[in-house]
Design a protein around this ligand. Structure first.
Ligand SMILES: [Zn+2]
Length: 271
């Protein structure tokens, strides 16, 4: 059987559908079509964000085997790590907090932002924090083959040395997105070039979507993913936009201080 629908027929069906959807929304949301539509879209957004948040927390906790510094016997250690900076406003805010608590952290910097914010890089360095490599462009595409990846790593080291001096040493690298899912050839290439790649085993989830998580969501994610760990490497972000991360960091620090954790920076050699 052939069903023939002409242009007029299609327009009719489309209008009919639009009418049905409008009426449904009007009835559900107190007679206001605009509010109804807005609330409906928002509901979908919140639902998908919660789903993604849950998935990330669970995956990281249950199945992901990350590259992190080894346990130190009889010691409770926490490594605070901040990715994707240095940023003009975000990084200084984090540095102020760290200074207040007299804590050192590791900053996984992106080469192009180092070039954009050299003074911030100088401040990270002069206040005694560890500066590690997080590629030059942060483009996932540039980290898919050995040649491009090697260029990304060396270019970043070069721009750091231009600012901090050629004696500055670093052997720590973090893949954009982490090493999970990266093939062995790429991981070997990092090591052959004298670097070690580092992931995280605890996360604030502050980069999973463009919409900001609340301060409480970030703190809860850190608590949940660090449960039962005595060797915690926390992933957070210091980009300008991560305002709720800046609010969450003091409580995250206090949470680990209360539990008698020691704060260290990622070591250059992981045995
Ligand atoms: Zn990143």
């Amino acid at each position: 059987m052939k069903i023939y629908v002409n242009k007029k027929g299609l327009i009719f069906i489309f209008n009919l559908l639009a009418l049905i959807i409008s009426f449904t929304l009007i009835i559900r949301y107190n007679g206001n079509l605009y509010t109804g539509f807005y609330e409906y879209i928002n509901k979908i957004k919140v639902h998908s964000r919660n789903k993604m948040y849950k998935k990330f927390t669970e995956v990281n906790k249950l199945t992901y085997s990350p590259a992190v510094p080894k346990n130190i016997p009889n010691e409770k250690i926490v490594y605070l790590t901040f990715d994707d900076g240095p940023s003009s406003h975000g990084t200084p805010k984090i540095l102020d907090i760290l200074k207040k608590y007299d804590i050192k952290a590791t900053f996984f910097v992106v080469g192009k932002y180092v070039e954009a914010n050299p003074d911030v890089l100088r401040r990270i360095h002069s206040e005694g924090h560890k500066i590690a490599n997080h590629s030059y462009s942060h483009s996932y595409n540039n980290c898919t083959n050995v040649e491009k990846l090697t260029k990304e790593i060396y270019k970043t080291e070069e721009v750091i040395k231009k600012i901090l001096g050629i004696d500055h040493k670093n052997t720590v690298f973090r893949f954009p997105g982490g090493s999970n899912g990266k093939n062995k050839i790429l991981k070997n290439a990092v090591e052959k070039n004298g670097f070690q790649y580092i992931d995280w085993n605890c996360l604030g989830n502050d980069s999973i979507s463009k919409k900001l998580l609340s301060k409480e969501e970030i703190i809860n994610s850190v608590k949940k993913t660090s449960q039962d760990l005595e060797n915690v490497t926390i992933l957070l972000h210091d980009s300008n936009s991560k305002t709720t991360t800046f609010e969450a960091v003091p409580e995250i620090i206090e949470y680990f201080l209360e539990r008698k954790f020691k704060f260290l920076t990622i070591p250059d050699k992981i045995e």
